[in-house]
Design a protein around this ligand. Sequence first.
Ligand code: 2HG
Ligand code: ZN
Length: 462
Amino acid sequence: MTFEAALRSAVGPEHVLIDPDLRSSYETDWTGRFSGESRAVVRPATTAEVARVLQECSGARVPVVVQGGNTGLVGGSVPPAEQGANPPVVLVTTRLAELSDVCVAARQVTAGAGVTLAVLAACARAAGLDFGVDLAARDSATVGGMVATNAGGIRVLRHGSMREQVAGVEAVLADGRILSRLAGLAKDSTGYDIGHLLAGSEGTLAVLTRLRLRLVPAERRRAVAFIAVAGTAEAVDLLAALQTQLPSLCAAELCFAAGVALVARHLGLRPPLEGTGQAYVLVEAAGQSDPLDELLAALQACPQVLDATVATSAPDRAQLWALREGHTETISALGVPVKLDVSVPMARLAELVDQLPGAVADAAPAALLVIFGHLAEANLHVNVLRAGDDSETVTAAVLSLVASLGGSISSEHGVGRAKTRWLGLSRSRAEIDVMRSVKTAFDPLGLLNPGVLLPAQRQAGA
Ligand code: 2HG
Ligand code: ZN
């Protein structure tokens, strides 16, 4: 039997895509910046099918790229642009879409890796609970991909990142063995926590197939404020004040006048609070009872607030959120950006924002810099349009600046292919050596997502 025939027998002929036209949407990432050819796209529907696909791939020494909703922004879910004679199989997890009943007492649910965030959140809400992580790509991003990249999003302040939501995992090793730990035990002290290790491993250690996820109490009453402040230092001071004065605070986001003007134009919205301050802080307060009075009182008590607009109804809140969440779509409509996702210690955030324009202009004088992000985690999304041939110089300049301020080169999007060569700016030699040893223990042939996260040491199967 040929390799392709073995794949067909594993998942069914209609779920093995060989035709280049059928493969192409799986071979380019959401940004359009990363793409590469695959040998086949395979879409298994069960853990057993994933195991069979991986057995076939490891038997034939064919590398495997794991893909969820393909909403990643660092090229980690598509084949590499340059490859040798052994192109990878793209293993797509979107058909692993089963959801168990919610266990309300344990506040947990088991979700297939291909369940989207929106479907998971709707399921939690139907059971009177909620899911703790939320992000703009909610309609397409899959929980498997979100765990694999340790995605963060807009509610990390309240509930943490994806890793904190993981109560258990099921995953398939490169050789087809299945690791299953889905009981969701509230207490378990039996050694290494493999689920938490797989969170953030970007598909390099195993293929996640099912996740046991924690749920959180639903907070039905919400209020959102879009606040003008003088600049980043004042935004940080405002955050400090709100952290103590507003117990219902569940999100604190940061954007800037130039970016908000672009988003408003793109979405056909009126930019609020125009001409007041250079920075905007979007805060959301949520609780069982209406948090509006508490929010208004806190804003009145904070001298950093130059002006603010507040929304309570769902459509009005969505319109304020669109000014923040619309940045990604707006920027993509203007071109293919260099996307960098960084964090620094909170005390250095204002310095980073002050120094970024100079660093980017030195690296690419014609570039357009757009910055926004998650204030509560000092996590900035640095997007650079029109970098042209200077995209690597821009990346080097921004990431070196971040490292000099004690920050991380990847706050929530992962390292992917985009930042592999810069990993040493955030991780020591000893840490990278340990990561390589872990990689070898899980995937001795180096078949899973080669070239993602850790620089490839040898071409798998070569
Ligand atoms: C967000 O926070 C996402 O909106 C996307 O992480 C960030 O487009 C980006 O750079
Ligand atoms: Zn983000």
